[in-house]
Design a protein around this ligand. Structure first.
Ligand SMILES: Nc1ncnc2c1ncn2[C@@H]1O[C@H](COP(=O)(O)OP(=O)(O)O)[C@@H](O)[C@H]1O
Ligand SMILES: [Mg+2]
Length: 231
């Protein structure tokens, strides 16, 4: 088991009140899984993604990731776990505009202390893997939205994360580019990557191997006989 969330709740203060945003979430993910979490706007998807992604800690409950209880980890430790274990893809690609595609992709390796030649070699390999081997020196503004998202995916995968997290990765793309990005996720998963994808689009959610719906902060049991939530 790569990830196990048990009885996870997240509250946020809103004005003078405390509002329950996530309610008693049960979630398990194995290595090699490809899970979509689907729900309407405001249902708590990003809040859940932030917890899974160690960007925030739960109000209560336990979260085991890669064999470690990180429910109450410090900020510093969460940052270490993010860097060593997780890759992120967001709706807006967050590429650095003054760096080329290969420099953007190589950036996580700089933080990991990898030497420059090695960094660029690995970045070039990652860009070839996402079909952008002909665009290594292009700047982000010379690339289409779909190409920029593929650069962001190459960057997320460069450290071989245990888990790739994608929050609305096709949300800013036209449907053809969105399909290309989803094809790429299929390929990464077929090659062993574990993926959690968050979306409000049924067409996108339907492409994952597992589907969990979230409604009003409640993560519903898996459809089609999954064990989650039935314990
Ligand atoms: N930092 C925050 N402080 C207070 N309320 C928040 C915060 N983040 C999210 N919320 C609230 O939590 C709910 C779920 O938000 P979010 O997880 O972003 O939903 P989704 O990603 O599904 O659209 C919303 O009602 C939102 O207003
Ligand atoms: Mg969101």
């Amino acid at each position: 088991m790569l990830l196990e969330m048990h009885d996870i709740c997240k509250d946020y203060p809103q004005g003078r009140e405390v509002v329950k945003i996530l309610k008693n979430v049960e979630l398990t993910i194995d290595e090699g899984d490809y899970l979509a979490i689907m729900g309407p706007s405001g249902s708590g998807k990003t809040t859940l993604m932030n917890l899974i992604g160690c960007l925030d800690v739960p109000t209560s409950g336990t979260y085991m990731l890669n064999g470690e209880d990180i429910s109450k980890a410090s900020e510093n430790h969460l940052a270490d776990v993010r860097n060593s274990t997780l890759g992120f893809v967001f709706q807006s690609f967050y590429l650095l505009p003054k760096l080329s595609a290969r420099e953007n992709v190589a950036l996580p390796l700089l933080y990991a202390g990898v030497k420059k030649r090695q960094r660029l070699r690995r970045a070039d390999e990652a860009l070839k893997m996402v079909g952008l081997g002909e665009r290594l020196d292009f700047m982000p503004n010379q690339l289409s939205g779909g190409q920029q998202q593929r650069v962001a995916i190459a960057r997320a995968m460069i450290n071989h994360p245990k888990l790739l997290l994608a929050d609305e990765p096709t949300g800013a793309l036209d449907s053809a580019s969105g399909r290309q990005v989803m094809d790429l996720f299929d390929e990464l998963n077929a090659n062993g990557a574990t993926i959690v994808l968050i979306t409000h689009e049924p067409k996108v959610g339907a492409r994952a191997k597992r589907l969990r719906r979230i409604l009003d902060g409640v993560l519903l049991p898996e459809e089609g006989g999954g064990a989650d939530g039935e314990a």
